[in-house]
Write a protein of this length. Structure first.
Length: 270
């Protein structure tokens, strides 16, 4: 069983949702980013979703745009992102790591060559969010060849007729983007999550996670009661933003934040 499947199976056995944590790789610099990731993985995160810094992150709100900008300005490159993965893989051999990326960051390297290098670094899957399954044949073939899982997204605007196609193209888990628009913290959750998950589940047996706008422990708990996994991103990225001027405190601050949020994944009180 691959690491992603194991993570969801373990969460299910423990009667909880999996916690998927997003950070931008290299934000605000390589060493600080490494410490932030370590803090998440040491404190129970089931899957680490690393954003590959990009100059034109179309799906990201201001929080994650600025994170990518900080990472790029600190000198992050494709090679350094893979170095970050490799370092984390050596320290945390069981935790899945996936990329949240854009096709412009994959294609120039050669799709097959990129998949091969990513796998060698220790990556488990690719979410190439601007690449629809109808156009993802080359990437899907490369991922299958190099034993990387694919993650595709479903949006609130996705017509039900496309759900079967998305489900068929996905080999890791389906990512339900619970809100239209871009990433970012929100005061409340979208109201149509139960109906959306029910529709998606009729077209796939794979886990379905929910992200976008989940920023508080009560949000995590509400989604965890419905979905196989909960994705939190901007609320964690903001911890880095708030400590950019005192980077030595990022690891400790991230530990405090994740320790609070992750309580919400438990479906029955301990």
């Amino acid at each position: 069983m691959d690491r992603i499947s194991q993570a969801f199976a373990r969460a299910q056995q423990e009667n909880r949702a999996a916690f998927v944590a997003y950070l931008c790789a290299g934000d605000p610099d390589f060493d600080s980013s490494l410490e932030a990731c370590r803090a998440l993985l040491r404190n129970g995160v089931d899957i680490l979703e690393l954003g590959v810094p990009f100059s034109d992150p179309l799906a990201d709100g201001l929080t994650n745009q600025l994170a990518a900008q900080r990472a790029l300005e600190s000198g992050m490159t494709a090679d350094r992102v893979l170095e970050l993965v490799s370092t984390l893989r050596g320290e945390f051999p069981e935790t899945p790591i996936i990329f949240y990326t854009y096709y412009n960051l994959v294609y120039p390297h050669g799709v097959d060559a990129y998949a091969e290098r990513a796998k060698a670094a220790g990556l488990d899957g690719l979410l190439t969010l601007d690449l629809p399954p109808e156009e993802a044949g080359e990437l899907s073939e490369a991922c299958a060849k190099h034993d990387l899982k694919t993650v595709f997204i479903v949006a609130p605007t996705t017509p039900e007729a496309r759900l079967a196609k998305i489900g068929a193209a996905t080999t890791g888990f389906v990512y339900y983007v619970s809100r239209e628009g871009v990433t970012g913290e929100r005061d409340s959750l979208a109201t149509n999550i139960p109906e959306a998950l029910e529709a998606i589940k009729t077209h796939t047996d794979l886990p379905v996670v929910v992200g976008f706008g989940i920023s508080r422990r009560e949000h995590v708990a509400e989604v965890a009661a419905l979905a196989d996994g909960v994705v939190v991103g901007s609320a964690l990225v903001n911890v880095i933003k708030d400590h950019v001027d005192n980077r030595a405190q990022i690891g400790e601050a991230m530990t405090t934040k994740i320790s609070d949020l992750i309580i919400g994944v438990n479906r029955t009180p301990s």
